[in-house]
Design a binder for this molecule. Structure first.
Ligand code: BG6
Length: 516
């Protein structure tokens, strides 16, 4: 009789509870905008429901549309309730949270707005709100300098009664020159220790886990270099289009929106040397060193090593979707890229000769953000004769999202006669190990700012190092012949020509459906 062995359910490991930060008043410029509604409010709502924001925590949304506090609360309730990011939504929790929300309507160009804000903060303090102030700039990079100057003009940068910190959203500037100028403006008003340049990818659990995976295991780090690694592939593909952000996207494009920050951060964490400690500066210093080792491309290299694309109409999940140029607010002859693929070289001792292929695109076939580290094949001496078959080279896939986890592929002998190699996988899944109750990126990052921890934020010289790589590409694209847009269909794998960036046996991974 066959014995049936029950599958042992994986024991879930408890996610660590989040700490309680010092309370503050969070002032969101762009308070009724897309980011505030989709990401920031759901995150602070969850933090508050979980008791992380403390007594005296309040929020002021600042924006141009005229709205009463009640209108603002109703609009935010709708966004938080509909958001997948708010894990703790209930009518009861909302009731407790709603009273913390305030709205201030004002023109960000006008000094009066900041005087009014200072007055409002003082009144709230007298009524029991915290005297710590966290200013969040959820506004386009071109408007950020005005807000910073306004805060300085109203004396809101100096807070004798508590701390004043400022968070600046990405993209930080639009090229090297504007990033330098924005750094100068913000450091003229706030000191570096109070400035938090946000890149929400750094708040993702799976991104932070790269440090643990690489430096907390003796198995991988000795192999993590040019002697063993053939190439590294980093993909951030999303089925989403530009949504209602056409104005922003027309000016920004995929290179500035995704590569200049998120993808270069993924690359630098994958490639960095071990820091001597986990202090903010020790970690950031090693990331900056990687970015500095990426040689900016010449015009000729940009022509050979970059591909840009724009989606046309297509079919996504069985539905017809329009092309980028047909999206509301997009010019009929727009040349903004919605897809980028690049080959970058990190010219240092560890990585010399190893290509880093990165790509990102909107309206792609699947949602998939993943880092794949491809190892070199073993010598072909043993398994290539007669019926035998060599297994594929090893790959470590770090799945950032969705289906978060890490898979290691390796060769196994296919049972039976002969020595036929096949590729099998060891797969760690966040869902199985921890459940899905892990904090979302904006929760982690907002809590970090409240606690004064800048490790997961980008340093001033780091954003400049990112632009030093990206700006020559933008400049070269302006000089090179214009590509034929659209050049990929919505719902596809991106422009076919991107496969030409890889040579030999190298291939982009196919975008696959989740769950696998
Ligand atoms: C934002 C970009 O920074 O990141 C968006 O502006 C993009 O265009 C988003 O959709 C992707 O973030 P995530 O966390 O969904 O991968």
């Amino acid at each position: 009789m066959n014995t049936v062995i029950p599958a042992t359910p994986t024991a879930r490991i408890e996610v660590q509870p989040l700490p309680t930060a010092e309370p503050c008043v969070l002032i969101i410029f762009g308070g009724s905008g897309d980011l505030a509604r989709r990401k920031l409010l759901p995150a602070v709502f969850d933090l508050t429901s979980m008791g992380c924001t403390g007594h005296g925590f309040d929020i002021i949304g600042v924006g141009l549309p005229a709205m009463s506090n009640d209108d603002f609360r109703a609009a935010m309730r709708q966004s938080v309730e509909m958001s997948n990011a708010a894990r703790t939504f209930s009518a009861e929790n909302w009731q407790k949270f709603a009273g913390k929300l305030n709205y201030l309507s004002g023109d960000l160009d006008s000094a009066d707005t900041y005087t009014e804000l200072a007055k409002r903060l003082e009144e709230m303090r007298a009524a029991g709100s915290s005297s710590n102030h966290l200013f969040y700039l959820s506004v386009p990079a071109s408007i950020a300098p005005k807000v910073i100057a306004g805060l300085g003009g109203a004396g809101l940068n100096q807070n004798g009664k508590g701390w004043s910190r400022i968070v600046v959203e990405k993209p930080f500037g639009r090229d090297l020159e504007t990033a330098r100028s924005l750094n100068k403006t913000v450091l003229g008003v706030f000191e570096e220790g109070s400035v938090y340049r946000i890149d929400h990818y750094l708040g993702k659990e799976t991104v932070q886990n790269i440090l643990m995976f690489r430096f907390g295991n003796s198995l991988f780090e000795p192999l993590w270099n040019r002697n063993f690694i053939d190439y590294v592939e980093i993909t951030a593909a999303e089925p989403l289009g530009v949504e209602n952000r056409a104005k922003f996207y027309e000016e920004t494009g995929a290179l500035r929106d995704m590569v200049a920050n998120h993808l270069l951060q993924l690359l630098s964490i994958t490639a960095m040397e071990p820091p001597f400690s986990l202090d903010a500066d020790a970690v950031r210093e090693q990331k900056v060193q990687v970015l500095k080792a990426i040689r900016p491309m010449t015009l000729e290299e940009v022509a050979r090593r970059t591909v840009r694309g724009q989606y046309g109409p297509g079919v996504l999940e069985g539905n017809l979707v329009r092309g980028y140029r047909q999206e509301p607010g997009v010019a009929e002859d727009s040349m903004s890229e919605t897809y980028v693929a690049l080959e970058l070289r990190v010219d240092n001792w560890r990585w010399s000769g190893v290509p880093f292929y990165i790509r990102t695109g909107k309206r792609m076939a699947e949602h998939m953000t993943e880092i794949r580290v491809h190892f070199k094949p073993t010598p072909e001496a043993l398994f290539v004769s007669g019926q035998n078959r060599q297994p594929e080279p090893n790959i470590i896939s770090i799945r950032i999202q969705p289906d978060e986890g890490i898979a290691i592929s390796f060769g196994a002998k296919r049972p039976g006669l002969g020595m036929n190699g096949i590729t099998v996988k060891a797969d760690f899944s966040y869902r199985d190990a921890f459940g899905m109750n892990t904090p979302v990126a904006y929760e982690t990052l907002l809590l970090d700012v409240m606690m004064g921890d800048a490790t997961l934020f980008t340093r001033g010289d780091e954003v400049e190092a990112e632009w030093r790589i990206v700006t020559p590409i933008e400049e070269a694209w302006a000089q090179l012949p214009k590509p034929q847009f659209p050049n990929y269909a919505a719902g596809s794998e991106g422009p076919e020509i991107a496969s030409a960036l890889m040579w030999g046996d190298r291939r982009w991974n196919t975008l696959r459906r989740f769950p696998r």
